[in-house]
Design a protein around this ligand. Structure first.
Ligand SMILES: [Zn+2]
Length: 325
């Protein structure tokens, strides 16, 4: 699932292509993509993209006044959630929509923004909202970590007692972090995914906060820089430069120990037993049950739980995610 650094990279690439540009219209190939009824999708045709932002793991296009609606200044917001397998492509103007994977095309003078989704399940979602209040309603409310102080971070994580893996990926607690970057953050912080947030010492919280800033900051800078030269084409949760995520059996880049995995519900967590769990292997049933008990059935479900929903049927996990890529 595209997470904060991936979404920021898309936004960077979109700024130079569609910001200030008129959206001629949206070719909606799969009607179920659109999860709202009012206002109708035609209402954005002829409006300009006046803002691009991120809401959790969602992309937000702020659509300003259209030529026909001068004087009316209630902005419309297109809110796009890619979920696990949704991806964007930038193609020439009036490009045809790819059969099978293509869900929708957003038509601009300079090009076509194509939304695709791999796999059979249709989980990506598009909402068209009128006004800022409606947009605020969609905000799961998680803390924006990159702008956070240590105190705010600790407060967010300790409001409820959860395993670290769950707390980092819960969009109601922290914004924009999913399965991939949470594995990387926990490895950097040298903390077990099973630790309970309530059990961390002040020093461990500081380490976790620093690791979160470093992992999200480094990846965002790297991916945004790449997006300046070309539209992101290989958005994936499995990158060769990652330390542990998707690296089961490969050596930990810090200590060389083979990276382990634990499966729970339909998810998978990767960790280094030497760096993170004092040499203990977590892949046993009782720990799997512990993590599973702290979890809705899937991360998808966790993600979709917002007040306004927006997810599809739950399924997935790391292996399913990899398959989709
Ligand atoms: Zn290690």
């Amino acid at each position: 699932m595209p997470e904060l650094p991936d979404i920021e990279a898309y936004l960077e690439a979109l700024r130079s292509r569609v910001l200030g540009e008129e959206l001629f219209g949206i070719r909606l190939v799969h009607p179920f993509l659109l999860r709202t009824v009012e206002p109708p999708l035609e209402a954005v045709a002829g409006r300009r993209v006046v803002g691009l932002s991120r809401l959790g793991k969602r992309l937000v296009f702020e659509m300003g006044e259209g030529a026909a609606e001068r004087g009316r200044d209630t902005p419309l917001f297109l809110v796009l959630h890619l979920m696990i397998a949704g991806r964007l492509q930038w193609l020439p103007p009036d490009a045809p929509v790819a059969r099978g994977r293509g869900l929708a095309a957003f038509d601009f003078a300079k090009g076509t923004l194509l939304l695709t989704e791999a796999g059979k399940k249709r989980r990506a979602s598009l909402h068209l909202l009128e006004g800022r209040a409606a947009l605020a309603e969609m905000d799961p409310g998680g803390l924006e970590v990159l702008d956070s102080s240590l105190d705010e971070f600790v407060e967010a994580l300790t409001a409820t007692n959860h395993t670290l893996k769950r707390a980092l990926t819960d969009p109601h607690i922290l914004s924009g972090i999913g399965n991939a970057y949470s594995d990387e953050i926990l490895h950097r912080a040298r903390l077990s995914p099973f630790r309970q947030t309530g059990s961390l010492s002040p020093a461990e919280f500081e380490r976790l906060h620093q690791a979160t800033l470093a992992v999200l900051g480094d990846w965002t800078r790297k991916l945004v820089a790449e997006a300046r030269s070309e539209f992101p084409a290989k958005v994936t949760a499995f990158r060769p430069e990652m330390s542990v995520h998707g690296k089961y059996g490969e050596p930990c880049p810090v200590c060389g120990t083979a990276v382990q995995r634990i499966k729970y519900a339909e998810n998978e967590s990767n960790y280094c037993p030497r760096c993170q769990t004092e040499g203990r292997m977590l892949a046993d049933r009782s720990l799997s049950r512990l993590l599973k008990a702290d979890w809705p059935r899937t991360v998808d479900e966790l993600e979709a739980r917002g007040r306004t929903g927006g997810g599809g049927p739950p399924a997935g996990g790391a292996s399913a995610e990899r398959k989709l890529e």
